[in-house]
Design a protein around this ligand. Structure first.
Ligand SMILES: *Cc1c(COP(=O)(O)O)cnc(C)c1O
Length: 351
């Protein structure tokens, strides 16, 4: 099922963002009823926003161009300039969103250590909340990430999320969830996504990650919050017109792709087991569709050589940090591709 590019079958494990739309999505996109969404007149966008809100157990949804835009709109809706947001030091919002909260919003990020399981210790969050004092920024918001990309795709539990929400409420703070892969978390835990979203005031999830949609994320929250976020989306240049062409793919994803995510989790475990049997690699725990692994420090190859040797065998993975690599399972990788990939790793590691 892997992609065929220039006649070559490519097993692209770099990310679940490389997923191309399914034939059903392309069909739905071609047939979508559309209108001007800035006027609120795109029926397909409206349907997607309603459906997303329902799945997240929130009052309203807002279709945005990307997860980054969704998180940014959330931060701007919750915070004023000079306010502080507490977030994990491994959070996507802290590391991979080009410093937008500081650069575009004047919001001060306060990183707290992420534990290996993607959580921040409640005591660390509590200690990071600023007392009222003219010297300090005002703490306004806590952000969680579920699943946690840089922490091995780990899953935050409903209980942990509730505990953070209770702390936020007790200290008069808001809670935003970067739920780019919230459906992977829900699948791994066997709970409805709404249960994981319920404790948060707002949540962003990506349609363009494991769900195969070419473009788009949805931000969900209360009607009042989304009304403000809608104005901010316009300010950010994210007011799209006949966006129903994109939203149509999102509706297919929620119907047809979400229910199959467990297959990616099974294949991730299979890939991890295969890699674990090879010398020269150590494998991080696998909770969802993401497999992180390390070349042993004294490996004969450089990281670049490792990537290139695999690429020569049509396997693509991502080099995340020195000796650390990522492979992500998704719709376009089937069981046979996993076997092919393991065999390629075996050859490259010369066993
Ligand atoms: C990808 C990702 C985002 C941002 O989504 P984009 O659509 O790439 O902007 C945010 N958070 C997490 C955890 C992600 O993995």
């Amino acid at each position: 099922m892997a992609f065929i590019i220039s006649g070559q079958k490519i097993i692209d494990l770099r990310s679940d963002t490389v997923t191309q739309p399914t034939p059903e999505m392309r069909e739905a996109m071609a047939r979508a009823d559309v209108g001007d969404d800035v006027y609120g007149e795109d029926p397909t966008v409206n349907r997607l926003e309603e459906k997303a809100a329902e799945l997240m157990g929130k009052e309203a949804g807002l279709f945005v161009a990307s997860g980054t835009m969704g998180n940014l709109a959330a931060l701007l809706s919750h915070c004023d300039r000079g306010d502080e947001v507490i977030l994990g030091d491994q959070a996507h919002t802290f590391i991979y969103e080009a410093g937008g909260s500081a650069a575009l919003c004047g919001i001060h990020p306060r990183p707290v250590p992420n534990q290996a399981d993607g959580a921040m210790c409640l005591e660390d969050i509590d200690a990071a909340i600023r007392p009222e004092n003219i010297h300090f920024p005002r703490t306004r918001l806590i952000c969680l990430e579920n699943t946690h990309n840089r922490c091995s795709g780990a899953v935050l539990s409903v209980e942990y999320t509730k505990a953070v929400a209770d702390l936020a409420q007790a200290r008069n703070l808001k809670l935003h969830m970067d739920g780019a892969r919230i459906f992977n978390a829900a699948t791994a835990l066997g709970v409805a996504a709404s249960e994981l979203a319920a404790p948060a005031d707002s949540i962003t999830f990506c349609l363009s990650k494991a769900l195969c949609v070419p473009v788009g994320s949805v931000l969900c929250g209360s009607c009042r919050f989304i009304a403000e976020a809608r104005r901010i989306r316009k300010m950010l240049g994210g007011g799209m017109r006949q966006a129903g062409i994109l939203a149509a793919a999102g509706l297919v994803a929620l119907e047809e792709i979400v229910p199959r995510l467990h297959e990616d989790h099974t294949r991730a475990k299979k890939l991890a087991a295969g890699l674990r049997s090879l010398p020269g690699l150590t494998i991080e725990p696998v909770s969802t569709n993401i497999v992180y692994f390390h070349l042993v420090p004294d490996a004969a190859m450089t990281d670049v050589q490792f990537i290139e040797e695999l690429a020569a065998r049509n396997i693509k993975i991502m080099n995340i940090a020195r000796r650390r690599f990522r492979a992500v399972l998704h719709y376009w990788i089937d069981g046979e591709d996993v076997n092919t990939a393991i065999e390629a790793f075996r050859q490259v590691l010369k066993t």
